[in-house]
Ligand binder design. Structure first.
Ligand SMILES: *[C@@H]1O[C@H](CO)[C@@H](O)[C@H](O)[C@H]1NC(C)=O
Ligand SMILES: *[C@@H]1O[C@H](CO)[C@@H](O)[C@H](O)[C@H]1NC(C)=O
Ligand SMILES: *[C@@H]1O[C@H](CO)[C@@H](O)[C@H](O)[C@H]1NC(C)=O
Ligand SMILES: *[C@@H]1O[C@H](CO)[C@@H](O)[C@H](O)[C@H]1NC(C)=O
Ligand SMILES: *[C@@H]1O[C@H](CO)[C@@H](O)[C@H](O)[C@H]1NC(C)=O
Ligand SMILES: *[C@@H]1O[C@H](CO)[C@@H](O)[C@H](O)[C@H]1NC(C)=O
Length: 420
């Protein structure tokens, strides 16, 4: 018997609705972590959009209804929760304290279940230096490197214990600044030093998790090097050698700079070669830099899960106008820029879109693991905005949910990794 393509393709959401939910954690100046649940429901619709596959009618586009609500808020040992990150190897959540006086804290939590039946459970908390800004895992989730801003240090921890115990290892003091480590596959840990406009690099001892410094990458003096990301995979260059490309955001210059990465022999470190014409504005192509009085523009960088796009959050560019409800606090929204990473042109960035971040000072953002939803935290609007994102084109679509959170938002984390 022969079935047509169309009858095979009829999607189940024509017949029933499905509900899914993810958790979003927010670190804010409220001293609390806020847990939100994003619920989305797909159901048969009256939507006139139709799906066509292989030239056949394949059904009506599903209608999606989103709802974002606070399910839990709990007090943390941090006076200023600044950054949260999830160790995907064991589902332990770490909170970095951005407090600017006295000592800070680093706290580990077992995350709540996906259905949000309980709050995260504190496993361990250690005292540390003040003004933590960022934390990154190194290798395979066994070590944690925390960058401290005004205390100018990189502190490393052994987090191998499955009970969440945090074991301090070593502190590197320098003009280290916000916000810190990134790493490629391989034995190196990188830490972006904003004060010195350097990307410091360290080779990791895989046994002890201790670090040994290698020559730094010198960024443009005064540019405000803030955050870096690597391409997901190496990219083929015209000389026939495939290399990772490292993109470095500089917040004062408002730029993203692309470097070709070469692994030096004898564990000598990574060599960074600036790509020709490899410096891009993090704002929409052709947009003048806003006058920010010397304050930072470029915020965070993300690589989309498919490795095809680079996403940059911008601060203080106020590119979009709306109402105060739409874009708190004053009706103006900063922008999120999307660039296509040209795999065929040695990692060149092609500007694709400038999208409204949903408020003022879009400091932090995160994607779900599929990459079709983004959450953006606006620091001064105290607002989370959830945007749909198209996987093929990389374009952000409409804002589908938002929520108010107590305190200036410094870190957001999308948790849909509870299936371990
Ligand atoms: C922080 O969490 C506690 C519960 O742990 C709650 O009583 C308090 O209202 C929260 N504070 C804010 C600012 O949300
Ligand atoms: C929620 O998740 C927990 C732990 O995974 C499970 O024991 C519980 O049955 C779930 N509850 C619902 C209502 O699905
Ligand atoms: C607490 O702060 C003091 C002063 O900055 C510092 O010397 C000390 O190392 C800090 N304690 C820890 C555990 O980092
Ligand atoms: C946690 O695990 C470590 C290493 O396995 C062990 O040394 C430590 O005693 C444990 N701590 C607690 C509180 O169980
Ligand atoms: C860099 O830009 C200049 C000026 O637009 C252009 O002439 C040159 O071909 C570009 N080089 C590369 C490698 O794209
Ligand atoms: C937003 O509105 C203000 C006040 O009307 C105006 O001055 C500004 O040019 C607008 N900005 C944009 C990006 O449209």
């Amino acid at each position: 018997m022969h079935f047509s393509r169309a009858s095979i393709a009829l999607p189940i959401w024509l017949f029933c609705s499905t509900v899914q939910s993810d958790l979003i954690y927010v670190a804010s100046s409220s001293k609390n972590i806020t847990t939100l649940s994003l619920t989305y429901e797909y159901f048969a619709s009256t939507n006139p959009d139709i799906y066509v596959e292989d030239g056949y009618f394949a059904g009506f586009a599903p209608e999606k209804k989103y709802s974002l609500s606070v399910v839990d808020t709990f007090k943390t040992p941090a006076a200023s929760p600044a950054w949260i990150t999830l160790n995907k190897h064991n589902n332990i959540l770490y909170l970095v304290d951005g407090v600017t006086a006295g000592n800070g804290s680093l706290t580990a939590y077992r995350t709540s279940s996906k259905n949000a039946t309980g709050p995260p459970v504190e496993l361990d908390s250690v005292e540390c230096l003040l003004d933590g800004a960022y934390a990154g895992f190194y290798p395979n989730g066994k070590g944690l490197a925390v960058a401290h801003y005004t205390s100018s240090a990189l502190h490393i921890y052994d987090i191998t214990a499955s009970n969440g115990t945090i074991l301090p290892l070593e502190t590197f003091t320098c003009t280290m600044s916000s916000p810190g480590p990134a790493y490629p596959r391989g034995p190196y840990l990188l830490a972006v030093d904003l004060g010195a406009d350097k990307v410091r690099q360290y080779i990791i001892n895989m046994e002890t998790l201790l670090l040994d410094e290698r020559p730094a990458l010198n960024a443009t003096p005064g540019s405000g090097a803030r955050h870096g990301v690597f391409t997901k995979d190496p990219i083929m260059f015209p000389d026939g050698v495939a290399s990772y490309v490292f993109y470095l955001a500089a917040e004062i210059a408002g730029t993203i700079t692309a470097y070709r990465v070469t692994y030096l022999t004898n564990r000598g470190g990574l060599q960074f070669d600036l790509l020709p014409n490899g410096t891009y504005s993090s704002l929409e192509l052709g947009t003048p830099q806003p006058d920010t009085g010397g304050k930072g523009i470029t915020g965070e960088l993300l690589i989309s899960p498919d490795g095809e796009f680079l996403i940059a959050s911008n601060r203080r560019d106020k590119k979009f106008n709306g109402t105060a409800t739409q874009y708190p606090p004053d009706g103006q929204s900063d922008s999120i820029s999307t660039f296509r990473i040209r795999q065929d042109l040695a990692g060149r960035l092609d500007f694709v879109q400038s999208a409204a971040a949903g408020g003022y000072i879009s400091r932090t953002m995160n994607l779900n693991s599929a990459g079709n939803l983004a959450v953006i935290g606006t620091q001064e609007g105290n607002r989370l905005a959830v945007l749909e994102r198209d996987l093929g084109s990389g374009l952000f679509k409409k804002q589908v949910a938002d929520a108010y959170v107590e305190g200036d938002i410094w870190g957001v984390l999308w948790n849909d990794y509870n299936d371990i």
